[in-house]
Write a protein that binds this ligand. Structure first.
Ligand SMILES: C[S@@+](CC[C@H](N)C(=O)[O-])C[C@H]1O[C@@H](n2cnc3c(N)ncnc32)[C@H](O)[C@@H]1O
Length: 215
C-alpha cells in the first residue's frame, strides 16, 4: 500500500483506501487524496466505524477474519479495504442480502461469501480456517451463544473477538444496561477478557460493542 494509509481521518470523518473499482458501495462519498480514492466509512451505517470513531481503536490490517451477519457487505467492504493480507469469510443467511454480497466479492480478491446459518459452524468449517478475528453483527436473540459457539470453533488463541450486540433483539422489554451486564458476565464466565466495552449510541441506538481476547 506504500505511503497511503488504509484508514484515514479527515475532519472527524473516517475513510478507507478503496481496493474496489472506485465506485461507492452503499452511497458513501468518495474523495481523492494524492491520486488515491478513499471511501467514507459512515458510522451511522457501520457499527465497526462507530466503534473506531468512539474509541480510536486500531483495526489489524492482516489476518483471517470470520464475519457473521455480513448482510450486503457494507462493513465487509471497508474491512476489505483495510486488509493488506488475509481473507474475510463473510457468512450471511438471507439470500437477498447474499446476492449483493457476491457482487461485492467479485470485485475484490479478499472476500469469501458463505450462504449459511451461523448457528451451524459445522456446515462451513471445511471452508473457514482458524481465524485471527471473529466479528459478529446479527440481530438474534441468542447473540452471546452464537458468538461463543463460533469463537470456540474458529478463533485462534490470542485472537480478537468483536461482538456487536443489539440489546433489543435479546429482549425488547429489558433495559439495555441489564442486557450488557448479563453479556459481560457471560463473556467473563467463558474465560474471555473484555478489552473494550462501549455503547454505540447515537450511531446505533441500544447497541454495544464488546472486544474480547481469547486466552
Ligand atoms: C444488522 S445486519 C448486519 C449488517 C452488517 N454487519 C454491516 O455492518 O454491513 C444483520 C444481518 O445478520 C443476518 N443474520 C441474522 N441471523 C443470522 C444467522 N443465524 N446466520 C447468518 N446470518 C444471520 C441477517 O440476515 C442480517 O443481514
Amino acid at each position: 500500500m506504500g505511503l497511503s494509509p488504509p484508514i484515514m481521518w479527515k475532519e472527524g470523518r473516517i475513510f478507507t483506501l478503496d481496493r474496489g473499482p472506485g465506485r461507492s458501495v452503499y452511497g458513501e462519498s468518495i474523495i481523492v487524496v494524492n491520486g488515491n480514492s478513499y471511501r467514507e466509512w459512515v458510522p451511522w451505517r457501520s457499527k465497526l466505524s462507530a466503534l473506531i470513531k468512539k474509541t480510536d481503536m486500531t483495526f489489524p490490517g492482516k489476518g483471517n477474519i470470520l464475519y457473521l451477519g455480513a448482510a450486503q457487505g457494507t462493513t465487509v467492504s471497508h474491512i476489505s479495504d483495510i486488509m493488506e493480507e488475509g481473507t474475510i469469510y463473510a457468512v450471511e443467511f438471507s439470500e437477498t442480502a447474499f446476492r449483493k454480497l457476491t457482487y461485492l466479492a467479485r470485485e475484490r480478491n479478499n472476500i469469501v461469501p458463505i450462504l449459511e446459518d451461523a448457528f451451524h459452524p459445522e456446515r462451513f468449517k471445511m471452508v473457514v480456517p482458524p481465524v485471527d478475528i471473529l466479528y459478529q453483527d446479527v440481530s438474534q436473540k441468542e447473540q452471546l451463544k452464537l458468538f461463543l459457539l463460533n469463537l470456540r470453533t474458529f478463533l485462534k488463541r490470542g485472537g480478537l473477538g468483536i461482538l456487536m450486540l443489539k440489546s433489543r433483539s435479546v429482549d425488547v422489554t429489558a433495559r439495555p444496561a441489564d442486557i450488557y451486564r448479563e453479556v459481560s458476565t457471560g463473556l467473563k464466565e467463558n474465560n474471555l477478557d473484555i478489552e473494550v466495552f462501549i455503547e454505540l449510541d447515537p450511531f446505533s441506538v441500544d447497541h454495544a460493542a464488546f472486544v474480547v481476547k481469547r486466552k
